[in-house]
Design a binder for this molecule. Structure first.
Ligand SMILES: Cc1cc2nc3c(=O)[nH]c(=O)nc-3n(C[C@H](O)[C@H](O)[C@H](O)COP(=O)(O)OP(=O)(O)OC[C@H]3O[C@@H](n4cnc5c(N)ncnc54)[C@H](O)[C@@H]3O)c2cc1C
Length: 496
């Protein structure tokens, strides 16, 4: 099979998830003269919200801030995957993005050539009969919106004896259409947002569901409603205003909460545990201490929001239970725990997280030399030393991902305009004299945020430095002011 002729664009966006679609809108609005394409490996848009199809799949942050700043959210704060995909579909229609998206195009390599100051990208297009055809695209700028984890498969730890288990093992990232849970004993391994979502959705449908966790997680319970939004709607305030006002209020409250997690973590711990206690009802105090009192401080891992306390309702009603223990091995009938107890199961769901992937598993090279991404230093958590004309949208952990996708959208457009104004073809971050010898730290510092997939994969990710612009702060509240004002001519970006 020979490759079709190379298509040439100003900007190539990788991925049609929430970041890729938002970036396309920013590019169209702020740089209307730029030509662009979006290449997406899957057969449709949505990314995370298309890949994950397990029962109950929903956001764990509110859609006022997880939605884009440019499109009002009008549903309940916590949304299902179907509602999020419908919202993204409207964005595609309202902004005419469909013609720019090429589905079933998996990018496999990207080579930067300084000679023509362009990225030369190779993709494989999957045809209806499953064949793969090579496709070439050349682009002046690569906008990486490929997320941070491998969509093809989730992470399952290599437990001993797993092959002996007679039941079925399912990862939530590849939920089988034919899985009938009626009358089955289900064990869900994990206690993050996925487990917290899945368990209430299947409790009552199966014989019993057990959440098996190695260690506890923090949860916040609350109504899936926003009083301020409801009031503004009653007053017939235009949706764009309501969206903006509610976003500001949520972000204001989140800033205060995040600050308290660092200044008075033990007070916050007690409050969160009291919330769980109230949701479980009287008589469950010992369980709260054993199963909902994490070893880490609040906000060092994502705090899962439990709308209307549905997870705890399932426990209260006896459809679900929680076990905190370590897996010793799998046995024929289920899982043998370190305590000696055996949890019998017909179905085991491994809600054990993701496989971190680096730049979409694309083989990158710069002027013929393969890229070692881990040796790069980040410029404000979005560009990288040694990688010209490329930005990566990596969102926030403690605030909605999309807040950063919007901020980086503005930044990339400003950078593209700056390149044009200077008559430059290329831009690459470079350390200045005053930055030489700067102590380097991991992409995300473990004492700041430490979920398993990052701990497992942080060695593959770029480093950050100790001062601006080499910090990856993960702090929306400072970045929202700093990134729009970042000086593009302070010497940390080399234009050519
Ligand atoms: C179940 C779940 C719930 C979550 N809930 C929230 C939440 O409530 N709030 C929040 O802030 N965050 C949440 N997150 C984090 C979430 O991943 C991000 O918020 C967001 O959806 C990521 O969007 P994205 O477009 O950057 O990446 P993704 O959603 O990962 O999309 C990336 C896209 O790029 C494509 N792609 C990757 N590599 C290539 C390649 N080589 N070639 C072509 N295409 C490629 C993929 O197929 C995919 O469609 C959640 C994550 C999960 C897994």
């Amino acid at each position: 099979m020979t490759a079709a002729a190379t298509e040439s664009v100003d900007v190539l966006i990788v991925g049609a998830g929430i970041s890729g679609l938002g970036s396309a809108v920013h590019l169209q609005q702020q740089c209307p003269g730029k030509s662009y394409l979006i290449l997406e490996a899957q057969a449709g848009f949505g990314g995370t919200w298309r890949t994950h199809r397990y029962p109950g799949i929903r956001s764990d942050s509110d859609l006022y801030t997880f939605g884009y700043r440019f499109k009002p959210w009008e549903g309940p704060p916590i949304a299902t995957a179907a509602q999020i995909n419908a919202y993204l579909g409207e964005v595609i229609d309202e902004h005419g993005l469909a013609a720019r998206i090429r589905y079933r195009h998996r990018i496999v390599s990207a080579s930067w050539s300084s000679a023509d100051a362009r990225w030369h990208v190779q993709a494989l297009r999957r045809t209806d009969d499953g064949a793969e055809q090579p496709v070439s695209v050349s682009a002046g700028f690569l906008w990486m919106c490929q997320g941070y984890y491998r969509h093809e498969r989730g992470y399952t730890p290599p437990w001993p004896g797993i092959e002996r288990f007679r039941g079925r093992i399912v990862h939530p990232q590849a939920w089988p259409d034919d899985l009938d849970l009626a009358g089955r004993r289900v064990v869900v391994i994990g206690s993050g947002a996925t487990a917290a979502t899945l368990i209430p959705a299947i409790a009552g449908r199966c014989a019993h569901v057990t959440m098996l966790q190695r260690s506890p997680t923090f949860f916040i319970c609350g109504r899936n409603a926003n009083d301020l939004a409801d009031t503004l709607r009653q007053l017939d305030i235009p949706p764009t205003w309501t969206h903006e006002i509610v976003r500001r209020k949520i972000l204001f409250d989140q800033a205060a909460f995040t600050k308290r997690c660092f200044t008075e973590p033990e007070v916050v711990r007690r409050e969160l545990m009291a919330g769980v206690n109230a949701a479980l009802g009287p008589g469950h105090e010992a369980e709260v201490d054993e199963h909902f009192n994490p070893r880490y401080l609040p906000w060092r891992q994502r705090i899962a929001f439990v709308p209307d306390g549905d997870l705890f309702k399932a426990v209260r009603e006896g459809h679900a239970s929680v076990v905190t223990d370590r897996i010793e091995r799998f046995v024929e009938s289920g899982i043998q725990l370190a305590s000696g107890r055996v949890l019998d199961a017909d179905v085991v769901v491994t809600a054990t997280g993701f496989e971190l992937n680096v730049l979409g598993d694309i083989a990158f090279s710069v002027d013929g030399a393969p890229l070692d991404f881990a040796s790069c230093i980040t410029w404000r958590g979005t560009m990288f030393t040694g990688l010209p004309n490329l930005a990566w949208v990596f969102g926030y952990f403690r605030a909605s991902w999309t807040l950063r996708a919007d901020l980086i959208g503005d930044f990339v457009c400003r950078l593209l305009q700056h390149l044009d104004a200077k008559g430059a073809q290329a831009v690459v971050p470079q350390l200045r004299l005053q930055d030489e010898g700067m102590a380097l730290k991991p992409w995300v510092e473990p004492e700041n945020f430490n979920p398993g997939y990052l701990q497992r994969g942080v060695d593959k990710l770029p480093k950050q430095g100790g001062h601006a612009p080499w910090r990856h702060s993960q702090d929306y509240w400072t970045e929202k002011d700093e990134l729009p004002r970042a000086d593009l001519d302070d010497g940390s970006l080399r234009f050519g």
